[in-house]
Design a protein around this ligand. Structure first.
Ligand code: PEP
Length: 257
């Protein structure tokens, strides 16, 4: 499979970092310096609205880090619905991030529900899958990522993946400085694409599969050179404008032709 069918996407996941002032300086340092590649920023939900305002007129899209699994408005203290995310102009929503699975007990079924909620509002889910170190060492990588992805396919249907992004994020590589080798990451990306192709080849060919896990300025280009790696979900490095810009520029440089 070739990369020509797919345009790279780079998503900055700010996690629980930032203030009005620091977010504003970070965005200011990015504006006008990214072109020719799709980029999205995922600030904490409290700052979505302000980020939206600052991004007005730029090509940088807005992403949410989480969404409520409930479809209806109501008595769900502390939650943010997909309807609200759409209302503030969110284009992408991250679901199934390993930190949410690990610290907040999110199950495969809940992640699939959240995926459904986002798509009901026209928001593209970024579906995170990935194995722990113990699972990798036990040779269970394919078993884990396919179980996580199948839960979404079973609830939302294979067609849902024509309006979604997958992020392969090995848990042991997130925030640790350890990156999967480009070859190891490519092997899992290829496996995920083949899993989707078994249901629908056309959707698989067009599906954007991001890599996430300690992506930095100095390893981005080698990851993006892999045929099934279509961009990155970036945590730590997205908080430093020069690092994030370097990753975006590496993604742009990976575009063939
Ligand atoms: C992430 O938050 O999805 C992530 C990959 O983090 P980091 O780049 O810091 O490893």
């Amino acid at each position: 499979m070739t990369i020509q069918q797919r345009s790279p996407l780079v998503v900055g996941n700010w996690k629980m970092h930032g203030t009005f002032a620091s977010n504003s300086s970070l965005i200011q340092a990015l504006l006008g310096r990214i072109e020719g590649v799709a980029v999205a920023l995922a600030p904490p939900s409290l700052y979505l609205s302000a980020t939206r305002q600052q991004l007005t007129g730029s090509t940088i899209a807005l992403a949410a880090q989480n969404v409520a699994s409930e479809a209806q408005k109501g008595a769900y203290t502390g939650e943010t619905s997909a309807t609200m995310l759409a209302d503030v102009g969110v284009t992408y929503g991250i679901v199934g991030h390993s930190e949410r699975r690990q610290y907040y007990g999110e199950t495969d079924a809940l992640v699939a529900q959240k995926c459904l909620r986002l798509q009901e509002q026209g928001i593209q889910p970024i579906i995170c899958v990935g194995e722990s170190l113990a699972e990798r060492e036990a040779g269970q990588v394919e078993q884990v990522v396919s179980r996580q992805l199948r839960a979404v396919i079973e609830l939302c249907g294979i067609e849902a993946l024509s309006q979604a992004v997958i992020a392969y994020e090995p848990v042991w590589a997130i925030g640790t400085g350890k990156t999967a080798t480009p070859q190891d990451a490519q092997a899992v990306h290829q496996f995920l694409r083949q899993l989707v192709a078994a249901h629908n080849k056309n959707i698989a060919e067009k599906l954007c599969i991001l890599y996430g896990g300690s992506v930095k300025a100095d390893n981005a280009a080698s990851l993006f050179a892999m045929p099934d790696i279509d961009g990155a979900l970036v945590g730590g490095a997205s908080l430093v404008a020069s690092d994030f810009l370097a990753i975006c520029h590496a993604a742009k440089a990976s575009i063939v032709g």
